[in-house]
Design a protein around this ligand. Structure first.
Ligand code: BES
Ligand code: ZN
Length: 619
């Protein structure tokens, strides 16, 4: 027992962060956590929580299993707006004695540190606590905000630093924990977590995640949910009225898992299920292990937006298996994932679609970078004084994926695929920094072929702003043709009705709308008459169209702008629409009026983001 404990401690000192001596990589220090894992490290979490929709609280206990380096240090945890009631410490997990603790000052971005004085030999710390109704990582929905309109709904969103608003924990992606949970819910509802199901009876649900994961992947949802299988280890959860449509849309899930396994090795999480959330979910998707959370806005009816599932599934390797150690290394998660997403799309739906998606990404990146301050264009992000949620631009995603694609094109696909597979095996279930990734890349790929490596300016790619001249450029012939149509329509040399859009897929439509020069309202009216864009059921096309409509002050689209902003809380859609509205005085009035009605329906994370665009004191 003693020897085993020592071995564990030694291992954790080697991978720890914070002090000079024990630090393999000084950049591993996480500025977004108050935790002290280099001294006292949380290894496991056992939750027992009761879900109260009346109070909008999770209340109960978290028992943290810890490793202690020296025995002198307190345990430091992250919290945000938690009500801490009592803390006990235990040597063996059986008998507990009360411990002293204090909550420090609340920082706007980080929340407040919780310091627990632990007696020598402490292995477990039990915290009795409640979350607050305004917890940033939880959204409590009224029945009216769900598809079924009968039952309330709760879901968590822990990435980036919101786990601390519902669990007292070392909330850093460099600290991995196993977890168990017992969740008590109203009897008619179902609880789901990013973990294996261990039991479900009469409003009591048990879960276990037995491989260590970072805190941002701990996830919970409670609602009127049903399941439909998609394959031996895949399936979809959704509210009953959404389930059939969702299951049809995502019927290729099993194929996707098989495709990515052939590329990068076994899927290591057992099941891969999808949970369709109500439309206020602030993201497209969230890669919670075993159970991706997804927005219903990707259900287009024709599978044209399922790239989102490829993306979240890809995170099962790049992100969940090999994790960014700090939020400055976020591009390791998203850049590699965006690359792999595209490989899955290619494997399942063919090269033409994959190339179109690459080209669309590149166009969007170029547009976005044009207005972006240089420091924000760097892959390894400096997030000093910033909320990591603000780093969700095309830089970590698309610039990151272009770096990986450059490696692929330079060293060849077979070599790159073999390299990535070895990378995932080597760092499986670890959190690593950019430096660690680059060291491995040099050792295992670049140094073996120096003449090819000379074509990869690493420093420029990872630490400098801008898009390097060595960036791969994807040309999609189909999209080039569409882009010409857009130009021709824009300059009046082509009428709306003569545009050959009959066979266009979603990606071609998106290219057309993106490639249009600034239009006047009558031109939008012509397009609308020919193609009924204001009425489209495809959320991506609609979002793009509504942005153009606001720019051109195309009045017939305003009711749809309002309806969309009231229904959907996905930040990718609502932020650009509010931003566009805020550009004119009339638009500002419109934005404020809509936001006054919509704000209460949005997730706390989306509220924070839109507050910055529209202002929080809406009338
Ligand atoms: N992990 C992200 C979502 C995220 C990022 C949440 C940062 C909080 C902070 C997820 O994998 C993602 O990238 N989602 C995208 C989808 C995608 C297809 C690019 C989204 O939500 O739009
Ligand atoms: Zn992602």
């Amino acid at each position: 027992m003693k020897a085993a404990a020592l071995a564990v401690t030694a291992a954790f000192l080697l991978t720890g962060c914070g002090t000079e001596k024990t630090l393999p990589d000084s950049s591993a220090h996480d500025i977004h956590s108050y935790g002290n894992p280099e001294k006292v490290r949380v290894r496991s979490v056992a939750l027992d929580l009761t879900v109260s929709f009346e109070n909008r609280t999770l209340a109960g206990t978290a028992i943290l299993g810890i490793d202690v380096a020296s025995g002198k240090d307190p345990l430091l945890l992250d919290t945000r707006d938690l009500v801490i009631e009592k803390i006990d410490a235990s040597v063996n997990g059986a008998g507990y004695t009360e411990a002293k603790w204090s909550v420090g000052q609340r920082d706007k971005i980080l929340g407040a540190p919780l310091t627990v004085q632990i007696p020598g030999g402490t292995s477990f710390v039990r915290i009795r606590y409640q979350s607050k109704p305004e917890a940033s990582g939880l959204q409590w929905l009224t029945p009216e905000q769900t598809a079924g309109k009968k039952h309330p709904f709760l879901f968590s969103q822990s990435q980036s630093i919101h786990a601390r608003s519902w669990i007292p924990i070392q909330d850093s992606p460099g600290v991995r924990v196993t977890y168990t949970a017992r969740i008590h819910t109203p009897k008619e509802l179902v609880a789901l977590m990013s973990a294996e199901h261990k039991g479900a009876e009469d409003g009591v649900f048990d879960f276990a995640m037995t491989t260590p994961i970072p805190s941002y992947l701990i996830a919970l949802a409670v609602g009127d949910l049903q399941f439909q299988s998609a394959g031996p280890r895949t399936g979809v959860y959704a509210e009953p009225s959404v389930l059939a449509k969702a299951a049809a849309e995502f019927s290729d899930m099993e194929k996707m898992v098989t495709a990515v396994e052939q590329l990068y090795g076994p899927y290591r999480w057992g099941r891969y299920d999808l949970l369709i959330l109500p439309p206020s979910f602030p993201y497209g998707g969230m890669e919670n292990p075993r159970l991706t959370f997804a927005t219903p806005t990707v259900i287009a009816g024709d599978k044209s937006l399922v790239g989102l599932v490829s993306h979240e599934l890809a995170h099962s390797w790049s992100g969940n298996l090999v994790t960014n150690a700090t939020w400055s290394d976020f591009w390791l998660n998203e850049g590699f994932t965006t690359y792999i997403e595209n490989r899955i799309q290619e494997a399942v739906y063919g090269r033409d679609l994959a190339v179109m998606e690459q080209a669309l990404d590149q166009r969007k990146l170029a547009k976005e970078m044009a207005g972006m301050p240089s420091p924000e264009q760097i892959l390894h992000a400096d997030l000093t004084g910033k909320d990591p949620d603000e780093n969700t631009t095309g830089i970590p995603y698309v610039k990151g994926s272009l770096f990986v694609r450059l490696l692929e094109q330079t060293f060849g696909r077979p070599a790159m695929d073999a390299y990535l597979r070895s990378y995932f095996d080597h760092f499986a279930f670890q959190s690593i920094t950019t430096t660690t990734m680059l060291d491995y890349l040099k050792r295992e790929l670049l140094d073996k072929q120096p003449e090819l490596a000379a074509k990869i300016p690493l420093q420029e790619w990872v630490y400098e702003p801008g898009l390097p001249a060595s960036a791969p450029r994807t040309v999609s012939e189909a999209l080039e043709a569409v882009s010409k149509d857009a130009t021709a329509f824009g300059n009046g040399s082509r009428s709306a009705s003569s545009i050959p859009a009959g066979k266009w897929n979603t990606q071609e439509w998106l290219e057309f709308l993106e490639a249009l020069p600034p239009l006047k309202a009558p031109q939008l009216a012509q397009l609308d008459a020919a193609f009924h864009l204001t009425q489209t059921g495809n959320s991506e096309i609609l979002d793009q169209w509504l942005q153009l409509a606001i720019k051109a002050d195309y009045a017939p689209a305003y009711p749809r702008v309002e309806a969309f902003l009231l229904e959907v809380g996905r930040q990718k859609f609502i932020k650009p629409l509010y931003t566009e509205l805020m550009k004119t005085p009339a638009g500002q009035a419109r934005a404020k009026a809509i936001y006054a009605k919509a704000r209460a329906q949005y997730h706390p994370i989306a509220q924070t983001a839109v507050d910055k665009i529209v202002g929080s004191n809406v009338p």
